[in-house]
Design a protein around this ligand. Structure first.
Ligand SMILES: C[S@@+](CC[C@H](N)C(=O)[O-])C[C@H]1O[C@@H](n2cnc3c(N)ncnc32)[C@H](O)[C@@H]1O
Length: 250
C-alpha cells in the first residue's frame, strides 16, 4: 500500500491517470506530505470574504482492508498501486514516490522565497509536517478564488503554508498565525520579513485556543463560527477541485 497518494483519499479520481515521470530517479527521498495536513477554506464574514485554515492533523495514507478487518499503512516505491479492495474496484492509483515528487517539484509554481524556506526547513526536526509545494499552491489558489481577506492558520510550524497564503492576500488582508513552538515560529517570522508580508501576518505565540478565544472576545466570533461550519464544506470543495483538476490532466 502507498503511504500516500495523489487524490486526497479519492482513489477513483486518479484511477486511470498516467504521469510521465523523469527517467532519472537517483535523487534521494525528500521529506514531504502528499496528503494535505491542512485544509484551507474560505468563509464569508459580514460583507467581506474571509478565509479560515484548519489543520486536520498529519495523516499518512491509510486504507481499511476488509479481509484483515484492520487499517493498513505502508510505503510504496512503485508509482502505481492497485487498490486491492473490492470497494475500490481494484483501481490503480498513483502513489507519491520520490520520482513523482521530483515531477511535482519540477512543475509546481513555487515562489523563490518559499523554495528557500522549504530548503531551510528540510533539515529541521518535524520537516515532514510541512505542506508540499503543490499543496501550498492549491491553498493559495483557494484563497485567491474566494477573494479571502482574513485568514487564520492554526499551527504555523516554520511558516510554509502561511507564507504561501500571505503572499496572495491583498495588501489590506490579514492572517492570524498561531503556533506554540517558539523555535519554528522564529523561522517563520524571518521569512515573513524576507517576503515583505510581515505587515499582513499577526503572529500569535502560544496555544491556538487562546488566540482564538481572544479573537472571539474582540468581536471576531463570526470568523471562528464560520471555521466550524464551513470546514466540512471546504473539504468537499477541495475534493471537487482536485477531481476537476485531475480530469483536466493538471
Ligand atoms: C502540521 S504542522 C504545520 C505545518 C505548516 N502548515 C507548514 O506548512 O509548514 C502543525 C504545527 O501545529 C503546531 N501546533 C500543534 N498544536 C498546537 C496548538 N494547540 N496551538 C498552536 N500550535 C499548535 C505544532 O507545533 C506544529 O508546528
Amino acid at each position: 500500500m502507498g503511504s500516500s497518494s495523489l487524490g486526497l483519499h479519492h482513489w477513483s479520481v486518479l484511477a486511470s491517470q498516467r504521469a510521465i515521470l523523469p527517467q532519472n530517479s537517483a535523487k534521494p527521498l525528500q521529506k514531504f506530505h502528499s496528503l494535505p495536513t491542512t485544509v484551507t477554506v474560505a468563509c464569508i464574514a459580514t460583507s467581506r470574504a474571509s478565509s479560515v485554515r484548519c489543520h486536520l492533523g498529519c495523516f499518512g495514507f491509510t486504507a481499511f482492508n476488509r479481509k484483515l478487518r484492520k487499517s493498513v499503512r505502508g510505503c510504496a516505491t512503485n508509482p502505481f498501486v492497485v487498490a486491492n479492495d473490492e470497494k475500490y474496484g481494484n483501481k490503480q492509483v498513483i502513489s507519491i514516490t520520490p520520482q513523482v515528487y521530483d515531477y511535482i517539484l519540477a512543475n509546481v509554481r513555487e515562489p523563490e522565497v518559499l523554495r528557500q524556506l522549504r530548503e531551510e526547513t528540510a533539515s529541521m526536526h518535524g520537516s515532514q509536517m510541512q505542506v508540499s509545494p503543490d499543496q501550498a499552491q492549491l491553498l493559495a489558489m483557494l484563497v485567491q478564488i474566494h477573494g479571502a481577506e482574513k485568514c487564520i492558520e492554526v499551527g504555523v510550524y516554520t511558516g510554509y503554508s502561511s507564507l504561501a497564503t500571505a503572499l496572495v492576500l491583498p495588501e489590506s488582508g490579514s492572517l492570524v498565525a498561531c503556533e506554540r513552538d517558539g523555535r519554528s515560529l522564529e523561522v517563520a517570522k524571518k521569512y515573513y520579513d524576507k517576503a515583505n508580508v510581515s505587515h499582513k501576518v499577526h503572529v500569535k505565540y502560544g496555544f491556538a485556543a487562546d488566540a482564538l478565544r481572544s479573537l472571539i472576545l474582540s468581536g471576531e466570533a463570526s470568523m471562528i463560527l464560520h471555521l466550524l461550519m464551513l470546514t466540512r464544506e471546504c473539504i468537499r470543495n477541495t475534493l471537487n477541485c482536485c477531481y476537476n483538476l485531475s480530469r483536466l490532466g493538471v
